[in-house]
Design a protein around this ligand. Structure first.
Ligand code: PAF
Length: 279
């Protein structure tokens, strides 16, 4: 497995692969890898001849008061995990390799990115879209794999790819949970033991909503109430519990189309997200 830290180095590698007619998959990550990331890499492996994982804590998607500096990092461990799942190359640039001091070109998705997390993290999706387009261009990937844990992110990226005619296939991969229901996230590392117990309220709430939905409940408020009954006593604050149409990420009152029940809440100082697809 190659470790490339410059655009020139990864470009040389992927260009050779392209010349040999190989199909390339990219899995963009910010590192501190967990089983959720590894599942994306395995899916990438099944859909391409070569897999590139990018490990880059992208500064442009963090707001001024967010956790950029303390975001967990462990390249050695990440390298080992990537090797184990058969990744062919890691692209791990420093911020200066990705952003020139006078960097001034941004990708802004103007609809799906405005609600849910976008309403609370105003520059987040601009940073995500911009870095992902750069990573697609740098790795010359034919396919990219994104996890449904960040459901809004996956939908925003799909929209960007469609709108800008980017020649890449986007695969959305299932969300991966711990045995007790907690959605896997690099940020789970921030949780103290007592906070981790409280964090289970997110998945418990979603399970309660799923049970209601399976029993025929289609009223969005009733589904949100099922989540809130679990989440309100456990969370320190709640950014949102929303039922959105998946096509538009706008709120709906009745689940009569593919929908997303999405949560963002703080447990202690840690902002956690989780979601459920309602079909
Ligand atoms: O989901 C993430 O880890 C990041 O938002 C991504 C897609 C790697 C872009 O920095």
């Amino acid at each position: 497995m190659e470790l490339c830290t410059t655009v020139t180095a990864i470009r040389e590698l992927v260009t050779a692969w392209k010349k040999a007619g190989l199909r390339i998959a990219v899995v963009p990550t910010m590192g501190y890898l967990h089983e959720g990331h590894l599942s994306l890499m395995r899916i990438a492996r099944q859909n391409a001849d070569r897999v590139v994982t990018t490990i880059f804590v992208n500064p442009t998607q963090f707001g001024p008061t967010e956790d950029l500096e303390k975001y967990p990092r462990d390249l050695k461990r990440d390298q080992q995990l990537c090797e184990e799942v058969g990744v062919d190359a890691i692209f791990h640039p420093v911020p200066a390799e990705m952003y020139a001091p006078d960097f001034s070109t941004w990708v802004t998705e103007g609809s799906l990115s405005q609600t849910l997390c976008g309403a609370f993290r105003p520059i987040h999706f601009r940073g995500v879209c911009t870095v992902c387009l750069k990573l697609f261009n740098i790795t010359l990937a034919d396919v990219a794999v994104f996890g449904r844990k960040d459901a809004q992110q996956a939908l925003v990226i799909e929209r960007m790819v469609r709108d800008l005619n980017i020649p890449i296939q986007i695969i959305q991969a299932p969300l991966v949970r711990e045995a007790d229901g907690l959605a896997l996230s690099s940020r789970n590392k921030y949780l103290a033991a007592e906070e981790r117990t409280r964090a289970l309220a997110l998945s418990r709430g979603l399970r309660a909503a799923q049970a209601k939905f399976d029993a025929g409940e289609r009223n969005a408020q009733a589904l949100k109430d099922a989540v809130l009954a679990e989440l309100t006593p456990a969370a320190d604050s709640i950014d949102y519990v929303d039922v959105m149409a998946r096509a538009t990420l706008r709120p709906i009152e009745t689940v009569d189309q593919p929908a997303l029940l999405a949560i963002a809440a703080y447990i202690g100082k840690t902002r956690l997200i989780d979601n459920l697809f309602l079909d």
